[in-house]
Design a protein around this ligand. Structure first.
Ligand code: NI
Length: 226
């Protein structure tokens, strides 16, 4: 499931992060790439333990935790400290798959990457290219979102970032280990949660709302790894 989560940050908040990052010291993005992806990765990143990365990363974490759509779709167990990257001057990232396990630099914090997230910080009219292309069983999806919006997709997907031919594409990216490892099971729970919320809003006293909520939690009991 590929999900667009709007307004994780307001456009002003995104703009202020974008401006702080534009003035930061960037390093070659291959610092976090695996052997195979390093060959096709042409961008820059903020070092994981850079104070600005940690300060802004905490802001991103604070914002996503307040997003009911994110919590429902990801059912997060652990979230990797958000990283930041910048594509410009033709920079791109060829087709690749993200590493299955990630360890935060200099710590014992380690996650299995079930989901990948990209939070767009630059306004789309300020750069050309830079689309995130994600492949799934229904074909290739092209994603380029307003500043402050986020896309969430299975980390098992092949994906790439198209060359940025004008301006700079600055974004935050990170991974989530979900309580529900399997993307299909997670999608079922998300659909069920959305249907329960609609039923509860339209018909608050409907007895099926309670029963379906029970089914939802019982499925989580069956499938969750915590
Ligand atoms: Ni990737």
């Amino acid at each position: 499931m590929l999900l667009h989560i709007p307004d994780v940050l307001t456009s002003q908040e995104a703009q202020s992060l974008n401006a702080a990052l534009a003035a930061a010291e960037w390093v070659d993005g291959r610092v976090t790439a695996g052997y195979q992806s390093a060959r096709t990765k042409h961008n820059s990143q903020l070092l994981e333990d850079h104070p600005l990365a940690r300060e802004l990363g905490d802001k991103v974490l604070g914002a996503i935790e307040k997003q009911p759509l994110f919590m429902s779709a990801a059912l997060p167990l652990r979230v990797f400290p958000p990283l930041f990257n910048c594509y410009k001057d033709g920079g791109s990232f060829g087709i690749h798959v993200d590493n299955a396990v990630r360890q935060a630099a200099g710590t014992s914090f380690r996650i299995r990457t079930d989901l990948s997230a990209t939070l767009f910080l630059a306004a789309p009219e300020d750069y050309d290219g830079g689309e995130l292309l994600v492949e799934d069983t229904f074909g290739t999806h092209s994603v380029k979102l307003p500043a402050g919006h986020m896309v969430l997709y299975p980390a098992t997907s092949l994906h790439q970032v198209r060359p940025v031919t004008r301006g700079a594409r600055i974004s935050s990216f990170f991974w989530i280990q979900s309580m529900i490892r399997d993307d299909g099971q997670r999608s079922v729970l998300f659909d069920l949660d959305m249907a329960i919320q609609r039923l509860s809003a339209e018909s608050p006293d409907h007895p099926s709302a309670v029963q379906l909520t029970g089914v939802y939690h019982n499925l989580i009991r069956m499938w969750a790894e915590i």
